[in-house]
Structure formats: structure tokens, C-alpha cells
Design a protein around this ligand. Structure first.
Ligand code: Q9C
Ligand code: ZN
Length: 341
């Protein structure tokens, strides 16, 4: 199994994030990727592979060009505005505000292109997010060339990012970019199974009106947990996409048996859909020791998660969340070891 990761992904190195009304130490750090990379290299059957640059085009197949340009220009705009440190939005369009005009002012742009104040944006973010998307594309390319599975160590993560907004530590939606790339290279159907603790709101939104990419997500109930405004079981897709979106919200405190059962349910739907490729948006923030999450899966449970995700379909793992830095490496390694068994 090839492992894709570029050191350029480390450049986004936020110091602080807004949480509980304070600036606190950022949890989505480059060290996360370092830990996962070191642990995965030691898993039998995993090899670090060289990366190609697929350019900006495949990112533009998912994201709005104005949004991409904004992330690219942000560092200069921030300095020109005489600001220091990391950028945070503080104003968003309320329910009946206009979103058809992009404000000229930086604070207006920040609100226009984001949905939370918990995601630090810096002059180094674009390069790292671009490299993270390239890791996803290299993984997709490996499967298109015949590999049965690949691991794209994407970081910064992607599943909260929509077509034209960032949030939840996510800027480019790596899983969506990979899925779209499969489609653009001739695949008829792709499934994305999101098994991060949080709902993959960005990925859901990108494909909500489409029947060529099926989206499924197991996550904490949005009535109780971030991202709060999407991820309910009655969100089934719209128009042509109706019946191609599946949410499995679970209560806080969920333990392995319930979690594994819902994954099994998702896999049954995937079988029914019969995709050419399966993308797993993998976050390990369902771990009991995660500092910002409230599911109760143990380290030994990780092997079971990996084993369950073993199907007869070409499978691309795309890294999402997981913030228990000390356990992150061994948890991801256990999932992949279980998958490769
Ligand atoms: N007080 C991913 O797992 N903020 N994103 C938490 C805690 C948002 C997580 C604030 C968590 C987003 C990719
Ligand atoms: Zn998460």
C-alpha cells in the first residue's frame, strides 16, 4: 500500500485557535502528520511513494476559483492590512444577508469564504493545503493505475471545506477532490465513506445534488456536536442526488459496538451502489482519548475498524481529524494493519 505525504503540508503551522471564548493552543498541528507518517512507515506492507504535482486544475473541479484565489492571496492581504498573527473571521452573512457580492474588505472576505472562527488562516496555509490535495490526487492516481489501496496522509484535513468556504481546520476538500478526479478519469460511480467523529459537512454539500458520488457519514449527533448545522439522518440528497446521501448520527459517549454496527450499515449501502472506487475519509477522533471529541473507541478497537473497512473494492484512505497526538500514530497504524490483514 503506497503512502502519500509531502513535507510541504507541514508549512501550515497555526499557533492559536479560538475555542470556548479564548485563544487556546491550536490542536490541528503539523506534528499530527509527523506522528502518523512515522507510525505508518513501520506497518508491514506500507511504503512511502514519490509524489507528482497534478496542478491546480483538479482542485478547480471542486472549488470555486474566487475561493482558491482568496486563500492564495490571503497572506499578502493580511500584511497589507497591517495585521499580525493568524487570521480569523468575525462576521458572517446572517440568514437573509446577501452572498452574491464578495466584499472588498478583508474582514468581509474572511466571513464570505468561511463558516467558523475556529480555523486559523495564515500566509502559509495555501501552500500546505495545496500539497495536502496533491497527496489525495496521488492516492487516486495510484488506484487508477491498478493499486488495490492507498493512503493519502492529507493534512490540513478537508471534509469540512465546501466549494467556496473553509472551516473545521479544513481548506481544500481532499476526499472530494480525489472522488472528482476518479470521475474525471472515467470512473462511473464513487463512494465516499466519512468515518471521522465529526460530520463531513463540506463533502456532503459538494455532492448533495449528484448521483455519481455517493456520500455516507458516521459521526456525533450535530444537535450535540460540531458542525451543529448539518449531518442529520433526514438529509438524503436533493434532485438527482436524492437517495445518494446517508448520515448516521450517534450519541455522545458511543462505544465500539454501536460505531462498528453503523459502519456495517454504511457498507451495505455502498454494496448496493456498487462504486468503482471507495474513498474513506478517515479521522481517528472517535478515539476515547481525543481531546475535543466524545466517543469511546479504545486502541484495540482500531484494528476492528480497519478490518471492517476491508472490501473487495479499490480503497483510498484520506486522512481527516484526530487530535490525541500521542496516540494518533499507533491508532492510524492499527486501523491500516487491520485493513491489510
Ligand atoms: N472547542 C476535523 O476533525 N472545533 N475538524 C472544535 C473545540 C472544530 C474538527 C472546538 C472541530 C473541527 C477535521
Ligand atoms: Zn473530526
Amino acid at each position: 500500500m503506497k503512502l502519500f505525504f509531502s513535507p510541504d503540508q507541514m508549512a501550515h503551522n497555526p499557533q492559536k485557535e479560538i475555542s470556548d471564548g479564548k485563544l487556546v493552543d491550536a490542536v490541528e498541528t503539523p506534528q499530527r502528520a509527523q506522528m502518523v507518517f512515522e507510525a505508518l512507515k513501520d506497518v508491514a506492507g506500507v511504503t512511502h511513494a514519490d509524489m507528482q504535482d497534478f496542478g491546480r486544475k483538479p482542485i478547480e473541479q471542486v472549488h470555486d476559483t474566487g475561493y482558491i484565489d482568496f486563500l492564495h492571496a490571503f497572506g499578502d492581504l493580511w500584511v497589507e492590512a497591517g495585521r499580525e498573527g493568524e487570521g480569523f473571521p468575525f462576521v458572517w452573512p446572517g440568514r437573509d444577508f446577501r452572498t452574491d457580492k464578495v466584499p472588498h474588505h478583508l474582514d468581509g472576505k474572511l466571513g464570505h469564504y468561511s463558516f467558523d472562527a475556529g480555523t486559523p488562516l495564515t500566509g502559509k496555509t495555501y501552500g500546505a493545503a495545496y500539497a495536502s490535495a496533491q497527496s489525495a490526487l496521488n492516492g487516486a492516481d495510484a488506484l487508477l493505475r491498478g493499486d488495490g489501496a492507498a493512503f493519502s496522509l492529507c493534512r490540513p484535513p478537508g471534509h469540512h471545506a465546501g466549494k467556496d468556504y473553509y472551516g473545521g481546520y479544513c481548506f481544500f476538500n481532499n476526499a472530494a477532490i480525489a472522488a472528482q478526479y476518479f470521475r474525471d478519469q472515467g470512473a462511473a460511480r464513487v463512494s465516499i465513506f466519512d468515518v471521522d467523529y465529526h460530520h463531513g459537512n463540506g463533502t456532503q454539500s459538494i455532492f448533495y445534488h449528484r448521483n455519481d458520488v455517493q456520500f455516507l457519514s458516521v459521526h456525533a449527533d450535530p444537535l450535540e456536536e460540531y458542525p451543529y448545522f448539518l449531518g442529520h439522518a433526514d438529509e438524503r440528497g436533493t434532485g438527482m442526488g436524492e437517495g445518494f446521501n446517508f448520515n448516521y448520527p450517534l450519541p455522545l459517549g458511543t462505544e465500539a459496538p454501536t460505531f462498528l454496527h453503523q459502519i456495517q450499515q454504511g457498507l451495505t449501502e455502498i454494496d448496493r451502489y456498487d462504486p468503482d472506487y471507495l474513498v474513506i475519509s478517515l479521522g481517528v477522533d472517535f478515539f476515547e482519548g481525543d481531546p475535543i471529541s466524545q466517543f469511546k473507541l479504545t486502541h484495540p478497537d482500531m484494528t476492528k475498524v480497519g478490518a471492517l473497512l476491508r472490501t473487495n473494492r479499490p480503497t483510498l484512505f484520506v486522512m481527516e481529524g484526530g487530535y490525541a497526538v500521542g496516540d494518533l500514530g499507533r491508532n492510524v497504524a492499527a486501523i491500516i494493519a487491520g485493513f491489510l490483514l
